[in-house]
Design a protein around this ligand. Sequence first.
Ligand code: 2P0
Length: 346
Amino acid sequence: ELAPDDVEWVTCDSPVNIALIKYWGKRDEKLILPLNSSVSVTLNQEELRARTTVAVSRNFKEDKMWLNGREQSMKNARLQSVISQIKRLCRKRKIDGDQPNEKLQWKLHICSENNFPTAAGLASSAAGYACLVYALSKLYGVEGDISKIARLGSGSACRSIHGGFVIWNKGDAEDGEDSSTEQIAPETHWPELRVLILVVSDQTKHTASTVGMQTSVETSDLLHQRLQGVPKRIERIKKAILRKDFHSFAEITMKDSNQLHAVCLDTYPPISYLTDTSHHIMQLVHAINQDNSSNMVAYSFDAGPNAFLFMQEKDVPTVLDILHYFYPNSDPHFIRGIHVPGKHDT
Ligand code: 2P0
């Protein structure tokens, strides 16, 4: 039994982020450096979030970790790299003459849970690693660019360290020093934007993103062609975000999602994350936007069949009516909340 005084702990929440311009492919597997820059929006963290508690105690016997209540092995290269980088920054902060932070020697316990299906293409690793890194930085008193450390856990996690609209610049340096994230606009910039999540399946995805993108880099010609067009697309979506031009925002978002899934099919052997229901949702969205002069809804799909639907607040009732009409008998959790751009408020 430990007395409360023997344990020092921190609990944090982190939100998920949804990529509008997708990250798919690395140029360095170890440093997790991407082949292309990506853009995302961070959601508010009430509905979908990771919650992580990190604790140290001189009385803990070994490092331990639990994810969603189940004990996990600590022998995970990415987990170890995140922990050692945070500790390294903590040591670096020590001013000459200071006592070394004794907490660095104590064993660490990590307890993390998501309030949504894990590994189902709902950005759970992004929220999870962003949360772990943030919590550890508070526990050890580390400051600075922790988004680079979150990246070592999972590429997309570096974008969840910021709120609002975020760009992850790929950078050019071999050591990854210039591969960093910045906010394009805060969550308050476009308060009318809404994101509706349609949970088509909460099953774990059949091809993990890490392996999937690796195979795409090795086998897909289309991936390499895609890389040529991404910088222009990023410029265009940045402009659309800054002008709150929903029509262009929707078109670019849908085209980039489609290109990701085209690259997946061009991968050999092919990867297909989308199901018949996903395709049906896409058709429905295009039917809603039929005249194409002013898009009302946009879809985006990650490494899974679940749809992220973007729209403006004024159109939410119409879109909900249409969804209820076409999916009358769906699971009550089919529509997973109506989200707004959020901040990283831990
Ligand atoms: C993204 N995805 O930009 C893209 C879109 C999935 C589809 O980032 O190997 O879990 O840990 O860096 O971050 C998923 O990839 O992969 C992802 P790793 P990660 O959100």
